[in-house]
Design a protein around this ligand. Structure first.
Ligand SMILES: [Zn+2]
Length: 288
């Protein structure tokens, strides 16, 4: 799932590529993707100008003229692309750019917004869990999904982070991934920051020492900022808006590295089940 660094990369790139463009129409082949009434969606999106794009946790908010917002949550496997496609019957054929054409991860196009410069904004989503909502600004900004988010992992200050962590029970990895507690972190970066801070993923959050909370806070900032610099992780399906892979996966510490040597050279990375997810960690560096 795209996490804070991937969504941030997408949002920064979109701000450079599509600001000021007018949306001239929409095409989609997966009705459930759109969580607002379909007739209104097609009518309300047309002729709106794209003013700016913001990130709220893992949500992409596209601010449109006349006080509309298009909210996109990419969920498991969704990613936005800027390119050109040809629609022939039920087939969507990629035309450009090259990476979108050549990389199979970019081929699951279920929504296209046509722009007034001939380009298109497409949503590729293999598993079709992504979510798109169009509405007036006050309605979208007050959606439960957005209102219930905890502070953003990149913006939260240390004192607030410490208070939050000391207050919750739960295993620390699950706490970090809970968007209502801290927003933006998922499976990849929780593994990475816990390894960097030398904290076992199963440790109860409220049992961490102040020194450990400080280490975790610094690791969180460090890992997220590094991942943004490297344009995210493409170990599975994430691609940037031109269809290219991010580079954090090449330098990652433990995520999906079961059986490999710990980067500190003292242990072998293990995978343990945690709810429906997996945690990757080094049993030597990260003691329970
Ligand atoms: Zn280790």
């Amino acid at each position: 799932m795209p996490e804070l660094p991937e969504v941030q990369t997408t949002v920064s790139d979109l701000n450079k590529k599509i600001i000021g463009r007018k949306i001239t129409g929409a095409w989609f082949d997966w009705r459930k993707l759109i969580k607002s009434p379909l007739k209104e969606f097609e009518k309300d999106i047309k002729n709106r100008k794209i003013l700016r794009i913001k990130r709220r946790a893992k949500n992409i908010l596209i601010y449109l003229s006349d006080d509309y917002i298009l909210l996109v949550h990419q969920k498991m496997t969704g990613h936005l692309l800027v390119g050109k496609w040809k629609i022939e019957g039920k087939k969507v054929i990629p035309v450009e750019p090259e990476n979108v054409v050549s990389d199979p991860q970019n081929r699951f196009i279920h929504l296209i917004l046509f722009l007034d410069n001939g380009k298109m904004l497409g949503l590729s989503d293999l598993r079709k869990f992504a979510k798109v909502i169009l509405g007036k600004r006050d309605r979208i900004e007050n959606l439960e999904d957005l209102k219930n988010l905890g502070p953003d992992a990149l913006a939260v200050e240390y004192e607030n982070f410490k208070k939050i962590i000391q207050r919750v029970r739960g295993k620390i990895k699950q706490v970090l991934m809970d968007q209502k507690i801290i927003a933006g972190i998922g499976n990849i970066y929780s593994d990475e920051m816990l390894w960097l801070a030398k904290i076992h993923p199963f440790r109860p959050a409220n049992k961490l020492s102040e020194k450990e909370i400080k280490a975790l806070y610094l690791a969180m900032k460090n890992v997220l900022e590094k991942a943004i610099r490297l344009r995210g992780t493409s170990v599975s399906d994430y691609r940037d808006i031109l269809g290219k892979e991010g580079n954090y996966g090449n330098v990652r510490y433990v995520y999906q590295k079961e059986g490999e040597k710990c980067p500190r050279g003292n242990g072998i990375i293990k995978r343990i089940k945690m709810g429906g997810r997996s945690a990757h960690f080094c049993p030597v560096c990260q003691k329970l």
